[in-house]
Design a protein around this ligand. Structure first.
Ligand code: PNS
Length: 159
């Protein structure tokens, strides 16, 4: 069975992430979307909320599993019997950091391959941090994030 893992902070999930999830799900028997628990960034949404948003947004894709992980991605993948990391690339600016991570993950486990997928160009300028910033100042992010996230984003920013 081919199992892929799409890791990230997903704070919150955007339509750009969903685009990658939909396309990556076609390449694997199972795709695990893995939410990092202990990030150095201070998240807007709790892990539970981020998982809920992903579960709701991916409920119609049968071979997608939503999970959270702590510690090293390569260790999580070993536990899940997965050997491919999926990453989305939006622009050249993503490349350097992604390249470092891919090589570090290969050093940690040479059996694991990182595969990069190009985000659809209509979402290439999107990032969770930009979404949060625009929403914080009352800008419109309709069509860029799932509806369930949109509803809670403005509320979360007011707290
Ligand atoms: O959405 P993000 O914040 O860009 O995702 C980064 C993520 C979660 C993929 C990365 O930080 C990660 O894999 N963290 C787990 C810890 C780990 O394995 N670090 C070494 C990888 S180079």
């Amino acid at each position: 069975m081919r199992i892929g893992v799409y890791p990230g902070s997903f704070d919150p999930v955007t339509n750009g992430h969903l685009d990658i999830i939909e396309r990556a799900a076609k390449l694997f028997d199972k795709l695990i979307v893995a939410v990092l628990i202990n990030s150095s960034k201070s998240p807007l949404f709790s892990v539970e909320k981020r998982l809920e948003f992903l579960k709701e947004s991916c409920k119609n894709i049968k071979n997608v599993e939503i999970a959270s992980f702590d510690g090293l991605l390569t260790e999580f993948m070993k536990k899940k019997n997965a050997n491919t990391i999926i990453k989305g690339l939006r622009a050249v600016s993503d490349f350097e950091y992604e390249f470092q991570m891919a090589l570090m993950n290969r050093k940690l486990n040479p059996e694991i391959e990182t595969v990069f997928m190009m985000t659809s160009n209509k979402y290439s300028y999107l990032s969770s941090s930009l979404i949060k910033e625009v929403a914080r100042f009352g800008g419109c992010v309709k069509g860029l994030i799932p509806e369930i996230v949109e509803k809670e984003l403005y509320r979360a920013n007011k707290q």
